[in-house]
Design a protein around this ligand. Structure first.
Ligand SMILES: CC(C)(COP(=O)(O)OP(=O)(O)OC[C@H]1O[C@@H](n2cnc3c(N)ncnc32)[C@H](O)[C@@H]1OP(=O)(O)O)[C@@H](O)C(=O)NCCC(=O)NCCS
Length: 185
């Protein structure tokens, strides 16, 4: 007998008043779901500069949340702007727009609550992003994945472009993977 509880979640665009809940979700998601890949020191150094809310995506209407009974349990989005990852705390001024005809859209900032991992929330948000990216006339998408995120994007046929390390405070480094996918022929 299948004992998994039924899924009632709902996907919608994020609003500015979701930010406190998103910040809380990001902490929980990173500390639980990245612990197989990164040390506590790496995760704490990355929270904020690398893993954080980017309000520009919310303002652009390109950031999604998934709610379960009114509680946000997943988030993720895409961007028509230059930044490839990171929260908005260190940014001064607007993030520059990119040209859909020559530059890939960015897939950005996916975080799922650990109690809801592997139940298809990441998949649902990524599908919504790809549809929106195609509607915005981008042919390609790219992203910088954590090692925890890589299997989700690989499952959607994103290809590894390069593996590198993001330099962080205290001389720490975060291994990440740049990935890309052609969305339109
Ligand atoms: C990456 C993340 C968003 C995935 O979210 P999720 O809702 O658990 O993913 P889904 O359930 O939709 O998984 C879809 C597919 O991705 C792959 N996948 C996802 N997580 C995986 C894992 N831990 N191990 C192996 N494959 C995985 C599988 O193919 C999965 O399909 P399946 O469950 O039918 O086998 C989630 O693990 C997370 O929040 N991680 C911590 C934060 C983070 O590092 N985010 C990535 C930023 S780039």
């Amino acid at each position: 007998m299948n004992t998994t509880p039924p899924i009632h979640w709902n996907l919608r665009l994020a609003r500015m008043d979701d930010v406190p809940a998103l910040e809380e979700l990001i902490l929980l998601s990173v500390r639980a779901l990245q612990s197989q890949h990164y040390s506590p020191a790496q995760m704490e150094a990355a929270l904020g500069p690398v893993f954080g809310v980017d309000r520009q995506l919310i303002a652009d209407g390109t950031y999604f949340v998934v709610e379960d009974a009114g509680r946000i349990v997943g988030c993720g989005g895409w961007s028509m702007r230059k930044a490839v990852f990171g929260g908005d705390r260190a940014r001064t001024g607007a993030d520059e727009l990119i040209d859909p005809s020559s530059v890939p859209a960015r897939i950005r900032a996916f975080f799922v609550h650990p109690d809801f991992a592997r139940r298809g929330i990441g998949r649902a948000i990524l599908s919504a992003c790809e549809s929106a990216i195609i509607a915005a006339k981008f042919s390609n998408a790219e992203l910088v994945a954590t090692l925890a995120g890589e299997p989700l994007y690989a499952a959607f046929a994103y290809e590894v472009v390069e593996r590198y390390e993001v330099p962080m405070s205290g001389g720490l480094k975060l291994p990440v993977v740049r990935m890309k996918k052609r969305l339109l022929p």
